[in-house]
Design a protein around this ligand. Sequence first.
Ligand SMILES: [Zn+2]
Length: 253
Amino acid sequence: MKMHALSGGRIRMRKSFFYPDAAREDLAELPVSCFLMRHAQGNVLFDTGCHPSVETDGEARWGGLVKFMTPILRPGENVIAELATVGLTPDDIDVVVNSHLHCDHCGCNEFFQNATFFVHEKELATVQDPEMEGQGYFRADWDHPMPLETVGAEKDIFGDERLVAMPLPGHTPGTMGLLANLDRSGSFLLAADALSVRDSLETDFSPKNNWNADLFVTSLAEIRRIVKGGAEVFCGHDAAQWATLKKGQDFYD
Ligand SMILES: [Zn+2]
């Protein structure tokens, strides 16, 4: 199984959301990470990033959220264009695992018309509450006719322990990580916003955009346990880490 890190866009936010020592006025430019796994039984995408339309008009899709989370994608900096660099179209994706349903993690869901989607049951229940529309969640991102399977506890996607989705709640009620077990490169925990930036693993700092700080910190302990077991953790929005990853056509296997 090969694993490719693909850009799902870029966003600008206050640095102090993620780093407690940052000055209030400091801004951070953050990557939006997505991962493609080429499993023998199908192509799996973990998160679909930002919708391409926010390259030119963020407010049209994200409304007032752009004040806190400003899309700064360059043209073509989205998961669809990234898939093309590895020779795939959206129709080649068989499974999409959404870590959660915030707009920078499921913005391109609509394009994966052949895929089955995996989402945590608590995340789905959350977005179905009409009051949550616009609170980082937008129906245009997640409400599509493709088949959707909800996850409760852990979910082994193909039943061979190579790709295991696991609940890591706190950032949102149904945030999940995906543990990818590769033959040569080892194990990787794709943490998305269960660990937006690596620093939180040492500081236990819960980013200010989290739903429940206590649950987030409990999930951090679970991530530390998995890292102690030998897995490497890839964060959702860590600029320094993202710079070091193999990306695009380059892969882990
Ligand atoms: Zn999020």
